[in-house]
Design a protein around this ligand. Structure first.
Ligand code: AP5
Ligand code: ZN
Length: 217
């Protein structure tokens, strides 16, 4: 199965993708995570992507599509993937259609997470991520254990992302509205779109997501 999660920064794509991965045995594939790994490893693509990401703009289609294609070709992706943060432009959506056509796969659902822009700064500025297992946390909405460690793996090192500053969040939202939001009608026309109210709490959103996924895979 191929699922796409669409939504602005902070909508909860990563949070929900990780839960669906555990529940349905699908692989979460986040182009943001892949790009951050490329930046950390200092690859040529990572070197190009870093400044763009720090400014809150979109990395070039060419780089992102190459990274996505490489990852999709790996063995563990054969049973199904949850695309978290890809596609983000019409060019990327078409490249995904071509890739899936060439491997005999199809998109089961594109799930649009609907949130108010005004909630995004709070969500993003309170976010942290476990260095040990990648679990995501929020200072208020999903706090780690009382001693500050990860509830899943016990790791004590929780980090904050370089692009999670208020100024950068504004650029990321702008990029979303200009370049990614048009994909909502792209997938609506393709007959695979479902929208979910992602202003609800994490568990409520998760149970709605699970029903959608169950009905399409
Ligand atoms: P990326 O890593 O994809 O970031 P993003 O889209 O900005 O999304 P986020 O990871 O910020 O948010 P999320 O929706 O996953 O929310 P989360 O679950 O963490 O991209 C980063 C950059 O990489 C881009 O700016 C771009 O430069 C580049 N890039 C990546 N993909 C690209 C592509 N395809 N093309 C071009 N460039 C690309 O939740 C946020 C917080 O809120 C957490 O703390 C969480 O605990 C909390 N939370 C979640 N749900 C709820 C809820 N229902 N109620 C309350 N709190 C909640
Ligand atoms: Zn952890």
């Amino acid at each position: 199965a191929v699922l796409i999660l669409l939504g602005p920064p902070g909508a909860g794509k990563g949070t929900q993708a990780r839960m669906l991965q555990d529940r349905f045995g699908l692989v979460q594939l986040s182009t943001g995570d892949l790009l951050r790994a490329a930046v950390a490893a200092g690859t040529p693509a990572g070197k190009q992507a870093k400044a763009v990401m720090d400014a809150g703009d979109l990395v070039s289609d060419e780089i992102v599509i190459a990274i996505l294609n490489d990852r999709m070709a790996e063995e563990d992706c054969r049973n199904g993937v949850i695309l978290d943060g890809f596609p983000r432009t019409t060019v990327q959506a078409k490249a995904l259609d071509d890739l899936l056509a060439s491997t005999g796969q199809r998109i089961n659902a594109a799930i649009s997470l609907k949130v108010d822009d005004s909630a995004m700064v709070d969500r993003i500025s309170g976010r942290s991520t476990c260095s040990g297992c990648g679990e995501g946390y929020h200072d208020t909405f999903k706090p780690p254990l009382a001693d500050g460690s990860c509830a899943k793996c016990g790791c004590t090192e929780l980090t904050r992302r370089a692009d999670d500053r208020a100024e950068t969040v504004a650029s990321r939202l702008e990029a979303y509205h200009a370049q990614t939001a048009p994909l909502i009608s792209y997938y609506d026309e393709a007959g695979v779109l479902t929208s979910i109210n992602a202003m609800a709490d994490i568990d409520k959103v998760a149970s709605e997501m699970s029903s959608v996924v169950q009905s399409v895979i």
